[in-house]
Design a protein around this ligand. Sequence first.
Ligand SMILES: Cc1cc2nc3c(=O)[nH]c(=O)nc-3n(C[C@H](O)[C@H](O)[C@H](O)COP(=O)(O)OP(=O)(O)OC[C@H]3O[C@@H](n4cnc5c(N)ncnc54)[C@H](O)[C@@H]3O)c2cc1C
Length: 462
Amino acid sequence: MSTVEPPPLAHVAQRASRRAPSPAALAAFLDALAAALPADRVTTRESARLAASRDGAYLSPLLSAVLPERLADVVVLPRSTEQLQTAVRLAHAHGVPVVPRGRGTGNYGQAVPLAGGLVVDLSEADRVLEVGTGWIHAQAGATFVALEAAARRTGQEIAMMPTTVGSTIGGFLGGGAGGLGSIEHGWLWEGFVRALEVVGCPPQDQPRRVYGAQCLPYLHAYGVTGIIATATVKLAPARDWTAVLASFPDGADATQAGLGLLRLDPAPRMVSLDEPALIATYPADPALPEGRHSLRAVVDVSLVDAVAALVTAHGGRIDKVDARAVGYVSTLSFNHVTLRAKRARPELCHLQVGGTPLITDPDAVRAALPGGMLHLDGMRPFPNLADPTYGRGFGGLLLAPFHDAATLYAGVQRLRELGVHVVDPHTWLLGGPALPGIRAAASANDPDGLLNPGKLPLDEPA
Ligand SMILES: Cc1cc2nc3c(=O)[nH]c(=O)nc-3n(C[C@H](O)[C@H](O)[C@H](O)COP(=O)(O)OP(=O)(O)OC[C@H]3O[C@@H](n4cnc5c(N)ncnc54)[C@H](O)[C@@H]3O)c2cc1C
């Protein structure tokens, strides 16, 4: 039987560092940037380079240990697609690597410049450009707070977004997957993205425009296939959301109540579940009572009575219903759980897990890692457009004290033997079924391999 090995990150980092620009190339590039862009759009200040060279990788003890201390050499903050094109054109001309960046909240070292060079920080290219029925068009640096506010002014809302609502649409498309709204609208790859304008390396005269399925190689590709300048993504009719916090003495009952919530119509925007050991890591809150299993949901206000009936029928009680708590309960879901749990217990590390064993055999899932604790998030893992409730289920996080890589990957192997789908958050290497399409688009749009080097797995021997 093959064993699950940690990815060869130190080796990949060392290989990527060979792409670092020479001092002469860098000096010529800086001169060219200074001549081409307004002075306030370019910085080599150390504090700015440091801030532009970090992301959420600190949540992983393995990544923290292996990420090189390399900083971006220069940061450009374009406000327009033209400024973005200019910076990338000059970088290409001088052989300087380019890493796009939104707010740097990605989890896996996705935005860390392993070869130094240029970081293009798109957070100031943040205008919402147009809102139509069912779609919103914005610059890559627009945050979800801004997108949601613009959509709400037209009676709509963003169909799906990460719990990091201050992050950017470009960063979410470049490095995220799903989150609030995924129970109904699925993942990034499931019709959320209508169109993109993408800058290759070297850029063409105009950004490449891609539509529908043509957008797929740019999603969760860490920018290696091109830099998203603008995006058009899906809106849904606005709902009147409220937060419900319930608790149960028994975990299996809480899970069954949660499964019931997932089948409500309209679908909840979020459903999350935690066992008492995880609740103990959250800030004290009377609506998260000690020693009980906590079920939280963001639901349409018209469903509060139906939710209460489901909770009671499964032996639980409602601890709070409050529309003002929607933002707060959203930060008790997805990877916010890791962030909160690690604040209380820094020794913890996490795996992203999915599949029916989370429901049918949660104790075996926990036991895969010593001291394991299970968090569940509602999602739609197996889309079936003919039946919109089919496949709604739970994925989640397995959190446990970190010992060493060998123990962690032995746990990954045990989980896979149980039939659990594991996504490894302790690697910055791209993977999964989209990888061949990403590789093909990367060679076409970035023939010299300057976009975010070190994020594509090596396809040749060391
Ligand atoms: C506490 C916490 C909770 C999180 N919750 C969620 C969640 O619910 N769902 C989820 O999917 N993710 C989640 N994440 C991961 C991350 O926050 C989101 O994916 C977020 O949307 C990333 O946006 P950003 O602007 O911070 O991107 P960054 O971190 O800056 O970039 C992410 C990746 O995209 C690339 N990139 C950035 N901009 C562009 C662009 N314009 N074109 C091409 N590539 C680009 C970067 O190079 C990098 O590889 C969470 C992370 C944390 C720390």
